[in-house]
Design a protein. Structure first.
Length: 144
């Protein structure tokens, strides 16, 4: 992910979440190397290239925190999210990561199903973590 990708990333973010991150947060992550690792998934090539998903994680020592992950609504249910997440886990492993953690809305069954398929398990709960609407977050972890 680079600054030029942020308009497309923001469009996906706004279509995916009731409380989208502002552009300043994404820009900060793009500039927060070497801790932050923001990546995009693209479709097409050259002038037809289009950002269709993204993932952003932090790696501190051997622990990764997946902070944000989404696929454009027009491209969901095609395996893109799973592919992006599998590539991300491989990248984390290659960078020396041995444990991955993330939060997911309690009501987000689609995301939970993907994470379970990838081997994550619920390791905790953060009460009232999300707002608009207020909701608990399930904390999920995966040993690599």
């Amino acid at each position: 992910m680079k600054a030029d990708d942020l308009a497309a990333v923001l469009a996906i973010e706004r279509a995916s979440f009731p409380n989208p991150w502002p552009v300043t947060t994404f820009l900060g992550e793009v500039q927060n190397t070497p801790v932050s690792h923001p990546y995009v998934a693209v479709s097409g090539a050259g002038d037809n290239e289009r950002v269709i998903g993204y993932v952003l994680f932090w790696l501190i020592s051997d622990e990764a925190q997946i902070n944000n992950f989404a696929v454009h609504p027009d491209f969901r249910r095609r395996g893109i999210g799973e592919s992006l997440m599998r590539q991300t886990l491989d990248l984390i492993r290659g960078l020396g990561g041995s444990f991955v953690i993330l939060e997911v809305r309690q009501s987000n069954q689609a995301a939970q199903s993907l994470y379970l398929k990838l081997g994550f398990s619920e390791i905790g709960r953060r009460r009232s973590y999300y707002f608009n609407p207020e909701e608990d977050a399930l904390v999920m972890g995966l040993g690599l």
